[in-house]
Write a protein that binds this ligand. Structure first.
Ligand code: FAD
Length: 488
């Protein structure tokens, strides 16, 4: 089948009738529900964009000859990598990078695991085959995906098998001739339920020992599989119009707790079954982490451009761009953007073919970027807040501007240096939704945590960094004498 259109995506969700709960109720039709319909429309727009810009967003499937989504491409050259990244950025631009889970994030993951599948064969030769087949299935059917990697936060000081109620977390119940039965809870599926299928994979960061084998699983199943429930958090799309909530009204992806009640997974959908050793190595040895980090960096460059655009427009709007500390803060965002672009250049131009023949970006550059951005993004939003000051609270709604009596008062009273009151408030509402609204606060939380706990990622980064050359450099510097003697 060729790549999806927005209509295909929406019809697929209607037909699937996934088991989603929100605000204490089961959702009848997710595509019509106020908490989900707007982000579903934004997702549909992404799929439509594939046909609006086919030269950029589609390529010819190597197996069927159909036109399939570029973000599924297995890159074989640096040009392929760049082409795939440009498609990713095309999607990111539609939301200013505010949709962390546009489909390309997980498309990159299934591609990498599908082509670098030999690790899975350690558990069973079928599992490697399953990973390859799943990549082709996802690509040929343009499957939209959510994923879940984390056990519930019961007691983080203990391993999973040591928990007081060890079976709360998703675990293997039974192996049957036709598949496995799994039961328990997983966190935290962004876009849970508004996608076609769910990937269950191990954490990218947390490692498990053999006693945690029953929790060490990887598989993919349709989101309407019997026994599967998505329990969504409260929605931050408050049903306001686009003018009032320019981001939350369109890009609120939702996050869901996932409950598996004795769910059946057929063998052909299993990649890891009760094997902590394979799980611990999955993201690294399949290079999935590399291709996902490439997508994240591409998306976050667009996001930083968007934040910079908002900050600069605010400076113009209230005439603060000449102040020294304001320029300094603008430079901080610019330096972040330029640094991220340099990481991307190095990642792409130092790329090498891996053993599967996939052109794989330089992970040193991507690893630096993915460890750095969670630390810097909160600062970017802080800058927008500092620059906006009271302007981020003096933000009447569109209805206020349309009101015959108060509209003219605020239109005049809230004028800016170069904008009328209405236009200035529209800009500041965007800044507010980016940083201070429930939607904006979640963005900051998302950027900090979505790739794993930055503290433990940082510890792994430190451990893995080749430190010897630097220590040796200092040692040889201290040993080498230039013969300078004290002169007094
Ligand atoms: C908005 C958002 C969206 C997300 N979307 C997804 C998704 O789609 N799919 C998915 O699978 N996951 C998702 N996640 C989850 C994300 O992967 C986790 O938040 C992340 O891996 C951290 O794990 P945790 O939340 O369990 O934190 P915890 O591990 O519980 O950590 C909580 C705190 O305790 C500290 N801590 C815990 N254990 C240790 C330790 N051993 N050593 C030192 N410090 C420790 C941490 O540093 C942290 O400060 C999302 C998270 C957020 C916030």
């Amino acid at each position: 089948m060729p790549a999806k259109t927005g209509k295909d995506y929406i019809e697929g969700l209607k037909k699937a009738n996934n088991n989603i709960y929100i605000h204490g109720e089961r959702v009848d039709d997710v595509t019509e529900h106020p908490a989900f319909k707007n982000v579903i429309k934004s997702m549909a727009n992404l799929y439509d964009l594939q046909y609006e810009k086919p030269e950029k967003m589609l390529y010819t499937s190597p197996t069927t000859g159909d036109k399939v989504g570029m973000t599924f491409l297995q890159p074989r050259t640096v040009e392929d990598l760049i082409m795939r990244r440009e498609a990713m950025q095309e999607w990111a631009r539609t939301s200013g990078g505010m949709m962390g889970r546009s489909p390309d994030y997980l498309n990159a993951e299934v591609m990498a695991m599908g082509v670098n599948n030999s690790l899975f064969a350690e558990g069973d030769p079928r599992f490697a085959e399953n990973a390859r087949n799943y990549y082709e299935y996802a690509r040929e059917n343009d499957i939209s995906l959510t994923h879940t990697l984390i056990h519930p936060q019961v007691n983080r000081a203990k391993m999973q098998h040591q928990q007081k109620d060890a079976n709360v977390a998703l675990h293997l119940v039974e192996e049957r001739p036709d598949g496995i039965i799994v039961d328990g809870i997983r966190l935290l599926a962004t876009q849970g339920g508004i996608t076609d299928e769910i990937l269950v994979f191990p954490s990218t960061v947390k490692k498990a020992g053999e006693l945690d084998d029953p929790y060490s699983l990887a598989f993919a199943i349709p989101n309407n599989t019997p026994g599967l429930k998505f329990i969504s958090r409260e929605s931050f799309d408050y049903g306001k119009n686009e003018w009032d909530h320019p981001l939350g009204s369109r890009f609120e992806e939702g996050d869901a707790i996932v409950s598996f009640e004795n769910v059946f997974v057929p063998w052909e959908r299993v990649f890891v079954c009760g094997n902590s050793s394979v799980c611990n190595r999955t993201f690294k040895e399949t290079n999935a982490v590399v291709h996902m980090a490439h997508q994240v960096l591409a998306k976050n460059i667009v996001k930083t451009e968007f934040v910079l655009g908002v900050a600069l427009s605010m400076m113009d709007a209230i005439g603060i761009d000449g102040f020294q500390h304001v320029q300094e803060k603008g430079s901080e965002i610019m330096l972040t953007l330029e640094t991220m672009k340099s990481h991307l250049y190095r990642a792409e131009h130092n790329a090498k073919l891996d053993k599967s023949g996939t052109m794989t970006p330089d992970f040193a550059a991507l690893d630096a970027a993915r460890n750095w951005y969670p630390r810097v993004y909160p600062r970017l939003t802080e800058i927008v807040r500092i620059l906006g000051a009271s302007g981020l609270m003096g933000i009447p709604t569109e209805a206020d501007f349309n009101h015959a009596e108060i509209g003219p008062i605020i239109h005049r009273g809230l004028q800016g240096k170069n904008l009328e009151g209405r236009e200035r408030v529209q800009l500041f509402r965007l800044a507010w939704d980016m940083t201070l609204s429930a939607f904006g606060s979640r963005q900051t939380h998302y950027e900090y945590y979505f790739f794993g706990d930055p503290i433990r990622m940082g510890m792994t980064y430190f451990d893995g960094y080749d430190k010897e050359p630097f220590k040796q450099y200092v040692e040889s510097f201290l040993k080498k004498s230039s013969g300078v003697k004290a002169s007094n």
